[in-house]
Ligand binder design. Structure first.
Ligand code: HEC
Length: 190
């Protein structure tokens, strides 16, 4: 009888340790994911991604990132100011930008900052971390598409480790998805 009780209590102990062990691993995962997103947010802040990829609101202190359109890229349908002829060249200006830094005019034509939110249709909703890493490592869309145009600083992101790039991607996937179809670049005028 005594022996039986001991066996039972051992079994019970085993059961409880298994449960609490499982509980511990389950609890660790969301915490790790949160830490990864926080690290990504920190790197995105340092990397100045909002300067170019977030439309601005105009305040007495100058243009500030519009928190309601965070990282959604050049606003679809926004009117572009006229491009002054003959101001870009080796002994002239290198590039001109619109007033919220989402459209850039230079020797490469006009580039528009992409929608980095996880919207499936118009943002990075369909991308994987691997797509993002390949793009930043090669400077080509998805690793084998067209060259990414200036002033996207992909070669500065290329020095980051895979873990840091994964953290940036995890943060980008955690922001509010915003539907905003960014126009295709305009080729240079010959
Ligand atoms: C100085 C402005 C500028 C900054 C800063 C900037 N970007 Fe960009 N980014 C651009 C422009 C312009 C494009 C569009 C380039 C093109 O169409 O080829 C772009 C494109 C991208 C793309 C899309 C590439 C593709 O293949 O579709 C990703 C992803 C991206 N940027 C991520 C980031 C991240 C993350 C940061 C911050 C670490 C960042 N960008 C900072 C200007 C910038």
């Amino acid at each position: 009888m005594k022996l039986k009780l001991r066996v039972l209590s051992c079994a019970a102990f085993g059961f409880f340790t298994a449960v609490s062990w499982q509980g511990a691993t389950f609890a660790a995962e969301p915490g790790d994911a949160q830490a990864q997103i926080k690290r990504g947010q920190y790197l995105v802040g340092f990397g100045g991604c909002n300067d170019c990829h977030t439309p601005k609101v105009f305040t007495p202190q100058g243009p500030q990132p519009d928190a309601s359109r965070l990282l959604s890229g050049h606003p679809s349908g926004a009117a572009l100011p006229e491009f002054p002829a003959g101001i870009i060249g080796p002994d002239k200006w290198g590039a001109v930008t619109n007033n919220d830094l989402t459209a850039w005019f230079g020797p490469w034509g006009v580039s528009f900052t992409k929608n980095l939110t996880p919207d499936k249709k118009t943002g990075l909703g369909g991308w994987t971390a691997d797509n993002f890493i390949k793009t930043m490592r090669t400077g080509k869309h998805l690793g084998d598409g067209r060259d990414i145009l200036p002033p996207m600083p992909w070669s500065s992101l290329n020095v980051l480790s895979d873990d840091d790039l994964k953290a940036i991607f995890a943060y980008l996937q955690s922001v509010k998805p915003i539907e905003n179809e960014v126009p295709q670049p305009i080729p240079p005028r010959m």
